[in-house]
Design a protein around this ligand. Structure first.
Ligand SMILES: [Zn+2]
Length: 130
């Protein structure tokens, strides 16, 4: 697994502030991806502050008067983003299928691909609340 910058690596491997189930599922997806496609996934986001969330979703903030809820905001953090702009559609589909095969029936667990459209291509993975 690769990280866009070292701060993300520190966040990801933080024992107390990142949900260990998130680490486990992300590591498994990276392992699967390497076996199938011969390269690593790139982590682009782990923890997020309310200020950062407000900047990412200004319309939600204007409409609701609060930041958009996100598992990135939780402590321990329950979400991670992966870069998808370098991935082919069939590679994204393979990740999605693998996640759905093993984790889709767990409450609150999710994989979302490019949910903000082409302008912000990424894959969001989250685990449920404990
Ligand atoms: Zn996300």
């Amino acid at each position: 697994m690769q990280f866009k910058h070292d701060t993300l690596r520190s966040q990801f491997y933080n024992l107390n502030a990142t949900d260990p189930r998130l680490r486990a599922v992300a590591a498994e997806l990276d392992f699967f991806f390497q076996q199938k496609f011969g390269r690593e996934l790139l982590v682009t986001s782990v923890w997020r502050t309310e200020e950062e969330q407000k900047e990412l979703y200004p319309q939600f903030f204007a409409w609701a008067g609060r930041v958009r809820p996100s598992a990135h905001l939780d402590t321990p953090c329950r979400a991670i983003d992966l870069r998808s702009r370098d991935l082919r559609p069939e590679e994204i589909e393979a990740l999605w299928n693998y996640f759905e095969t093993w984790w889709d029936e767990l409450p609150g667990w999710a994989i979302l691909a490019n949910d903000r459209g082409e302008g912000f291509p990424h894959i969001h993975i989250q685990v449920g609340k404990k």
